[in-house]
Design a protein around this ligand. Structure first.
Ligand SMILES: O=C(O)CCC(=O)C(=O)O
Length: 272
């Protein structure tokens, strides 16, 4: 699937665009099954606000692509890489990581407002996520909200732990820098846009966009699968407080250089 000119313009202006029915149902069933398995037997890179609970829980698990055929097939075959390249106006995209996010029913804790880029060891404007709904979710059921245009603010806000206090993402506290404004406390001061989604809908958004998701007030589990994409101008930029999964020791990428490491960050679009 290719983005329309209008969708590309929306992404450029707003920092986010919704692409209805971007991903075929054949990819979603295996991801839901993966979510069940990960909740039972979590992988190595998990954040979990309430382990074992079936309510009041935001569970996320990442970097599964090398071990999970469902993720690998999604990356290479679902078309999301081409969506990312189109939105970023990039001739190529390399893959950074996959992130499965489960918000259990009746979870009051929001996903905090944040920008993605400070969490990641990269710099560059052509870096985005493609967040695909695996289940239906209204904004009141914890679909995503964005501050429209915030990708153009020239800000780089300190990452916030998703699971404050239980140690699964304490690494964020090593970051030194400005905190994200309290968007929730002053919602009317910001141009906030939220998207109700059906399974297969994608939200493509800049890694510089300020976004979050509210409580899950619905009786349903919300499952989403977010993949992270590096365009032509991406530079390897490890720094304190960024995701520790891939460090300088794990990649041939050099700080300040384009990450042409085919093992860690494979080019998926176009097929090399
Ligand atoms: O799914 C969520 O609640 C948050 C997702 C998110 O922040 C992301 O994909 O970058």
């Amino acid at each position: 699937m290719k983005l329309t000119t209008e969708q590309v313009e929306t992404f450029a202006a707003d920092g986010v665009v919704k692409v209805p029915q971007a991903v075929s149902g054949e990819y979603l069933g295996p991801l839901l099954e993966l979510a069940d398995r990960q909740l039972d037997q979590p992988g190595p890179w998990v954040t979990d606000s309430n382990p074992g609970a079936s309510t009041e829980r935001l569970f996320t698990t990442r970097y599964l692509w090398q071990d999970e055929p469902a993720v690998n097939s999604f990356l290479y075959n679902s078309g999301v890489a081409e969506l990312a390249a189109g939105a970023l106006n990039s001739t190529t995209v390399r893959f950074y990581f996959d992130h499965l996010l489960v918000k259990e029913p009746n979870t009051q804790a929001p996903t905090p407002w944040h920008q993605d880029i400070p969490y990641w060891p990269f710099l560059g404007k052509q870096i985005c996520s493609v967040w695909v709904a695996c289940t239906e979710a209204a904004v009141t059921g914890s679909s995503l909200e964005f501050v429209r245009g915030s990708h153009l603010w020239d800000s780089y806000f300190a990452p916030t732990a998703f699971s404050e206090g239980n140690g699964t993402d304490d690494w964020t506290s090593d970051f030194v820098g400005e905190e994200c404004p309290d968007i929730e406390a002053a919602r009317s001061d910001f141009d906030i846009v939220g998207f109700d989604v059906e399974p297969g809908d994608a939200l493509v958004f800049s890694s510089w966009s300020v976004h979050g998701s509210p409580a899950n007030d619905s009786p349903n589990r919300r499952v989403a699968f977010s993949t992270r994409w590096l365009g032509d101008d991406a530079l390897w930029h490890p720094h304190p407080g960024c995701d520790p999964t891939i460090t300088n020791d794990d990649t041939t990428a050099e700080p300040g250089s384009y990450p042409a490491d085919d093992q860690r960050f494979p080019q998926i679009y176009p097929t090399p």
